[in-house]
Write a protein that binds this ligand. Structure first.
Ligand code: NAD
Length: 480
């Protein structure tokens, strides 16, 4: 059975305590690998390695760091098929998605920040002819990156790339649910000659490994992506050490479709924004609000498209919906489908475990599910389900749907569909959301600030925001 290893001080190692966690394949439900069950001693080892590496790495010219990070990107590209297959087997997502989205985007994260760091500059302020102020920006030192299971390598590299490019050393903790591509990345770091200790990857459980990172006095910052519950726990534990925090958390995003939208575009994109990666993307829009004159036509077309989605073995070409990531998550999603029924929802399509044959007989597959008849305030429409389950609701007035869109505790992303450009601007400015897409979804420019408001997040990733987060500014004032 394959064994994932930690990557500490340039070496691939088991957990010091010698313990392992079983790692099942979501499509089959069977254990196929083992992951180190690391603890605080492994984190201590990694922090020491990172601390030793920091003086030389932070003093390395940006152009040289950039060159090494590009080599990482090139090496992943050279093994794209291995990475994509590993991501698909580990997470249950279709291989076609891993090879066209997850892995290419991970490569792009490294390339983007390898370029960005060579263009990064700091500010200067000439103060009325009296003084000159300028800002120095230094890397923080050793930083912690904690990532979730839904886009495993993609979201991990979204943190690693800016942190490393600007000169920090990193202790990273991938999700224990999907460790495999972080392990492959560790191998690639050794191949391209990343200096030992610059990146350290410690595998294991959140309450052991992640908690040890959040408490560690020598980790200057934590960049976290995951659930709001865990983000809140990290904030509580990290606060006494005054760690810098970036928290990207849950969402319950609205998808608002006005009657004057481009019907075909809105429909095709709504299928994607509801069910991509089995609905396990923080940016998915599971609350679909449709203006009344369009409602029945849109609903019926959406039901037909949803029913046509092919649920199947993630490794087979043609599969559009793979497995949910774990038994625990499968149970949670099925529990919400039951709740939706109890709350009076009508299942328009889906609503059951998808039964597959052959090797996927016992996999954690759920039929893409559409629910109608629930009001905006019920739990199904307020709580994050994070699965292939969307709820469709008619509305009449702009103000009414705005209030519903803004009614959850989350505020990560929103989509708005209208050809009325004035309404698009007006509505976008009134949404409580870190990201608003008009007539599109998940159209990304890596320079833009990425993150959420309310319980969806603290801070922003992407572009200069990420490079600023991973640096400490110092103002120098010179009297003229
Ligand atoms: P999770 O919060 O359970 O776990 C995320 C990471 O935190 C994992 O590596 C986990 O091991 C670790 N962790 C768990 N307990 C910890 C603790 N006490 N201290 C430190 N670390 C701990 O999230 P998940 O289930 O892996 O991912 C799904 C969630 O992530 C959803 O809520 C989703 O909305 C969110 N998400 C948000 C974004 C975003 O950009 N805002 C992107 C993707 C996913």
């Amino acid at each position: 059975m394959e064994k994932v290893l930690n990557y500490i001080g340039g070496e691939l190692l088991p957990a010091r305590g010698g313990q392992w966690l079983d790692k099942p394949e979501p499509a089959t439900g069977k254990t196929y690998a083992q992951v180190p069950d690391s603890d605080a001693t492994d984190i201590q080892h990694a922090v020491e390695a990172a601390t030793r590496a920091f003086p030389a790495w932070s003093a390395t010219p940006a152009a040289e760091r950039s060159r090494l990070i590009r080599r990482l990107a090139d090496a992943i590209r050279g093994r794209l098929d291995d990475f994509a297959r590993a991501e698909s087997i580990d997470s249950g997502k279709p291989l076609s998605v891993a090879s066209s989205v997850d892995i290419p985007r991970s490569i792009l994260n490294f390339e983007f920040f390898a370029d960005a760091v060579t263009q990064f500059s700091s500010e200067a302020h000439a103060t009325d002819g009296v003084a000159l102020n300028y800002t120095l920006r230094s890397p923080l030192g050793v930083v912690g990156c904690i990532s979730p299971w839904n886009l495993p390598l993609y979201l991990l590299t979204w943190k690693l790339a800016p942190a490393l490019a600007i000169g920090n050393c990193v202790v990273a903790k991938p999700s224990e649910v999907t460790p495999m591509t972080a392990y492959l990345l560790s191998q690639v770091c050794r191949e391209v000659g990343l200096p030992p200790g610059v990146l350290n990857v410690v595998h294991g459980l959140g309450p052991k490994v992640g908690a040890a990172m959040s408490q560690h006095p020598d980790i200057a910052a934590i960049s976290f992506t995951g659930s709001t519950r865990v983000g809140s726990e990290i904030a509580r534990v990290a606060a006494p050490n005054f760690k810098k925090l970036s928290l990207e958390m849950g969402g319950k995003n609205p998808n608002v479709i006005f009657e004057d939208c481009d019907f075909e575009e809105a429909l095709a994109t709504t299928v994607r924004s509801s069910f991509s990666n089995q609905g396990q993307i923080c940016l998915c829009g599971p609350r679909i609000f449709v203006q009344r004159p369009l409602y029945e036509r849109f609903r019926d077309a959406l039901v037909a498209r949803t029913r046509a989605l092919k649920v199947g073995d993630p490794l087979e070409a043609g599969t559009e919906q793979g497995a949910l990531v774990s038994q625990q998550h499968f149970d949670k999603v099925m529990g919400y489908i039951d709740l939706a029924k109890q709350e009076g929802g009508r299942i328009l399509t889906g609503g059951r475990r998808a039964s597959l044959s052959g090797r996927c007989r016992e996999g954690w597959f759920v039929e893409p599910t559409l629910i109608e008849g629930l009001d905006s305030a019920c739990r199904t429409n307020q709580e994050e389900i994070f699965g292939p389950v969307a709820s469709i609701i008619p509305f009449d007035q702009e103000d009414e749907v705005l209030a519903w869109a803004n009614s959850t505790k989350y505020g990560l992303a929103a989509s708005v569909w209208t050809k009325d450009v004035t309404r698009a601007h007006r509505f976008a400015s009134r949404l409580h959301s870190g990201i608003v897409w008009v007539n599109c979804w998940m159209l990304r420019d890596l320079r833009t600030p990425f993150g959420g408001v309310k319980d969806s997040g603290v801070g922003r990733e992407g572009g200069w925001e990420a490079l600023r987060f991973f640096t400490e500014p110092k103002n120098v004032c010179i009297k003229l």
